[in-house]
Design a protein around this ligand. Sequence first.
Ligand code: SF4
Ligand code: SF4
Length: 182
Amino acid sequence: MSAVSRQVVVLQASWEFADEVIKRGSRIFPEEELKTLYACIQCGTCVGDCPSGRRTAWRIRHIIRKTQLGMREAVLSDETLWNCTTCYTCQERCPRGVATTDVIRIIRNIAFEEGYALERHLAVARNFAKIGHAIPITDEVKEKRKRLGLLPVPPTTLSYPKALSEVQKIIEIDGFLKKIQR
Ligand code: SF4
Ligand code: SF4
């Protein structure tokens, strides 16, 4: 009888990435709240209740665990990261009080900063930079609006060039424009 060989892979936690997420995120969220990231026990409640996870390969529990383990590159380059709808269901239901959604938002910010945004997201961002809307208005939409008794073009940056130039100035000053042009 041949011997069964088993390979045991031991993953050692490195808190470096989790610490970085907390530090960078503390510019937006309270640091104490973000420190709940250390408290995840992998119970799976978040995944079980996640509406996006029911339809996609997105598993928030995996991202939280990989973040705890310091798997920075694997987390930032994971395309499923963008499947979270930020509905906050997981954060409300986590029995350990982990600020899951806020953590994901920070990780996505870091991913975006480091060039991991998907091309389709950049396309939407470029639309915003160009017209002040994520999705351009088509002739078909204009016709539908007219039929509904609305102005064919809404009273937004599409109708007010001055407002559009203000939006464009803001995204230029805060560096967003440069990032989406990379
Ligand atoms: S519900 Fe909370 S403790 Fe459970 S796996 Fe998700 S983040 Fe971790
Ligand atoms: S916030 Fe994201 S991860 Fe959490 S339940 Fe909603 S879609 Fe799922």
